[in-house]
Design a protein around this ligand. Structure first.
Ligand code: HEM
Length: 298
């Protein structure tokens, strides 16, 4: 068991490292891993040197950690977004109306538009609250005895923060199981929606954890997820047929009620399938090609 875990870990570290080094050597892509290895080579002309080998191991571990921490979490949040849009068509319509009003026709949303799109921001925040990718966070170990609110927590205890419960506390979130982006908005006094907690304020998104070991990739994830959601909503219509992957009929209401059954039951919560979800272009082929050809920085 221990050996097979070691072999798997080694494969997970070596495989992506080799792909990155190959791409770097061929000049086909930039790579932080490739750059760090080449700097290490310059510092240690003898590649048998133990310090050089230790540095290469650290670079591999850094690459592996970033890949492992970034990929499943981002995929989890993205698929949650798709299921939410398929189950709440009125939310999708409202988001698309905001995008159309702000962008006009023929332009994809970019980061420069973010503060003009409060409803899109509210959808992103709601995805992170509704189904956090790591519902009970990562386990931390106490390094000393602690007394907290009458509880004695001995040194060496494992502690998890229940992110799910915090985001589903009915005292703070009315109808917590419902996907309601409006809960993140308030009236700005002029009859327009404004965000309660500001734009791009990742620190108050509980799904990224908190404290000293808060997710280090949160700014990267925040940008990736926001842009994905904004661009998908600008260009696609997400809907669902009431048929799941085994051809059973599952109504929207049943799916909402039993959504948990469609997620994996482990520390990282993943949708096992997107039951009946359909994604179709909002625009014609010509209109879409025009958008992707546009020569603009995002
Ligand atoms: C939906 C996206 C993401 C979510 C929900 C998420 C969530 C989390 C959470 C809950 C933790 C544990 C915090 C704790 O221990 O209290 C964590 C740690 C971490 N995340 Fe993320 N993450 C996401 C994306 C990313 C990305 C894109 C990267 C890298 C590019 C990344 C890198 C890391 C790393 C390296 C740690 C460990 C930090 C440490 O232990 O000091 N994450 N993340």
């Amino acid at each position: 068991m221990e050996n097979s875990a070691k072999t798997t870990l080694k494969a997970l570290k070596d495989g992506p490292f080799e792909v990155a080094m190959k791409a770097w050597a061929s000049g086909s892509s930039s790579s932080l891993v490739g750059q760090l290895v080449s700097e290490a080579k310059n510092r240690y002309p003898d590649e048998g040197n133990s310090e050089y080998l230790a540095e290469i191991e650290s670079i591999k571990s850094m690459g592996f950690t970033a890949l492992a921490a970034a990929s499943d979490t981002t995929v989890s949040a993205t698929t949650t977004f798709f299921i939410a849009m398929s189950l709440y068509p009125q939310v999708q319509k409202k988001a698309q109306a905001e995008l159309d009003r702000v962008l006009g026709f023929g332009r994809l949303p970019g980061f420069g538009d973010r503060t003009s799109l409060p409803y899109i921001e509210a959808i992103y925040k709601e995805v992170m609250r509704w189904y956090p990718a790591i519902p009970i966070g990562l386990v931390h170990k106490t390094t000393e005895d602690i007394f907290y609110k009458g509880y004695y927590i001995p040194k060496g205890s494992g502690i998890s923060a229940n992110i799910w419960a915090m985001g589903h506390n009915p005292a703070e979130h009315e109808n917590p199981d419902e996907f309601i982006p409006e809960r993140h908005l308030q009236d700005n006094g002029l009859g327009e929606p404004e965000l309660k907690s500001g734009f791009g304020n990742v620190s108050n998104i509980l799904a990224y954890g908190f404290g000293r070991r808060v997710c280090v990739g949160r700014y990267f994830a925040d940008a990736t997820l926001w842009l994905t959601m904004a661009c998908v909503l600008a260009t696609m219509n997400i809907s669902r047929d009431s048929i799941n992957s085994t051809n059973e009929s599952v109504s929207d209401e049943d799916l909402k009620k039993n959504l948990e059954d469609y997620y994996t039951d482990c520390s990282l919560s993943h949708l096992k399938e997107l039951p009946g979800v359909k994604v179709l272009p909002r625009l014609s082929k010509e209109e879409l090609e025009g958008l992707f050809d546009q020569d603009k920085e995002i």
